[in-house]
Ligand binder design. Structure first.
Ligand code: SAH
Ligand code: SF4
Length: 393
């Protein structure tokens, strides 16, 4: 299901925009003028303000396109202003979030402004520790709805003379299950004539959609790939990332290796550390065996609290031991704290407060099932539940 409103202008390729301009009986250079207005410093949100265009063309633009698809946005600050959570209400009422994180210059590295963006309003994968997974399958975002999150952030940054330096697809949704639109959005973000962000500064995070990873690699540029691995053993990963029943972890890692080979880029593996579930020495050793010798980096992230799960973050001492096991195997590893927890804006755990209260018996049943499944997984038994609906193609 997608929105039926008029198209967002930032979703058009340069060729499509030129074709539209010609269809209006206007010379092609007008397309360049429109593109400048749409993309420069995050662009304008009202066609009437593009003064270089004749009035009739401004009116036609306003009639045929939305200049901004995330116009209805509310911003909340956290971490003393270093984190900005934006809540975007889309035209059909769907709510999505993006998170802008500011990192000051340190030593030789320049200041960075990283935006975490959403690709779907909800997620069909249903990882049990994830707030977006709680919402279930939502709709796929349009190309413009994805890109306009970045334009919105860039407009805010432009006020202080700054620029967005990185975009990560770690907000709501599984980007590679909205594949065509996400790939088109990535191209728009990367295109020097449009958003103009270097490929290395665009990170796609996936729970392991193997054909999607291969399509991303085939695009050519050096996009950064992050794999939400969470567990190296299939029995446990089946529970934590239900998509694992469709594409087991070894296939995911093989596709990631091919991406590293083709692009020369190091793969980032994300592990949400869940106390007593995926943080055991057995799991650290399994991960070390799986990734040993790879061009890879592992990020260990303490789980953010999410309603309706029986789980907590692993204690820091346990995370440090896990990191040591990986480092002893020669795997570069860092421990990362999530930003924006006080406004529920940690990347990958958005939308929690809107999921609504589940009835108490349902919560109790769900917790019990998760406890049983994860206990079985610790014993090494694979789950035999069917693949979740909508992710089995
Ligand atoms: N669907 C994609 C991208 C969005 S999730 C994916 O899964 O990779 C972005 C990241 O946030 C993932 O690594 C995800 O596992 C992580 N995440 C989700 N819920 C979390 C939580 N409660 N605490 C910490 N990290 C979480
Ligand atoms: Fe979807 Fe990623 Fe959340 Fe899993 S962690 S439910 S794939 S958004």
């Amino acid at each position: 299901m997608t929105t039926t409103a008029t198209l967002g202008i930032s979703g058009l390729t340069p060729d499509q925009l030129t074709a539209w301009v010609e269809g209006q009986g206007q010379p092609p250079y007008r397309a360049r003028q429109i593109a400048d207005a749409v993309w420069k410093d995050g662009g304008v949100i009202d066609a009437a303000t593009i003064r270089v265009l004749p009035g009739s063309l401004r009116e036609a633009l306003a009639r045929d396109f939305r200049l901004d698809t995330v116009a209805d946005t509310e911003i909340r600050l956290a971490d003393a202003g270093a984190t900005e959570k934006a809540l975007h209400r889309l035209d059909d009422g769907a709510l999505i979030e993006s998170v802008l994180m500011h990192y000051p210059a340190r030593g030789a590295s320049r200041e960075r402004h990283t935006l975490c963006i959403s690709s779907q309003a909800g997620c069909a994968v249903g990882c049990p520790f994830c707030a977006t997974g709680e919402l279930g399958a939502g709709r796929d975002l349009e190309v413009a709805e994805i890109v306009d999150q970045a334009r919105h952030a860039q407009r805010r940054l432009a006020v202080g003379g700054s620029h967005l330096t990185n975009v990560v697809f770690m907000g709501m949704g599984e980007p590679l299950l909205n594949l065509d639109r996400v790939l088109a959005a990535i191209e728009a973000l990367n295109d020097p004539r449009r958003f103009g962000l270097g490929a290395r500064h665009i990170t796609v995070s996936t729970s392991g959609v193997v054909p999607g990873i291969r399509r991303l690699t085939a695009l050519g540029p050096q996009f950064t790939l992050a794999i939400s691995i969470h567990a190296a053993r299939d029995a446990l990963r089946d529970v934590l990332v239900p998509l694992n029943r469709r594409w087991p972890v070894a296939e995911v890692v093989a596709a990631a290796r091919d991406h590293a080979r083709a692009t020369g880029r190091r793969i980032t593996y994300e592990v949400t550390m869940i106390g007593g579930v995926n943080d055991t020495e057995l799991d650290a050793l399994a991960m070390a065996d799986l990734l040993r010798g790879d061009h890879a980096h592992v990020n260990l992230i303490p789980m953010n609290p999410v309603a309706h799960t029986p789980w907590q973050a692993s204690p820091m001492a346990v995370i440090e031991r896990f990191a040591t096991t990986l480092r002893d195997a020669g795997i570069s590893t860092t421990i990362r704290r999530n930003r924006g927890q006080e406004v529920g804006a940690a990347c990958g755990q958005l939308a929690a407060e809107r999921a609504g209260e589940m009835p108490a018996p349902a919560v109790a049943r769900r917790r019990k099932r998760l406890e049983e499944e994860s206990a079985a997984a610790l014993r090494g038994e694979r789950s035999h539940e069917p693949i979740p609906v909508g992710v089995g193609e």
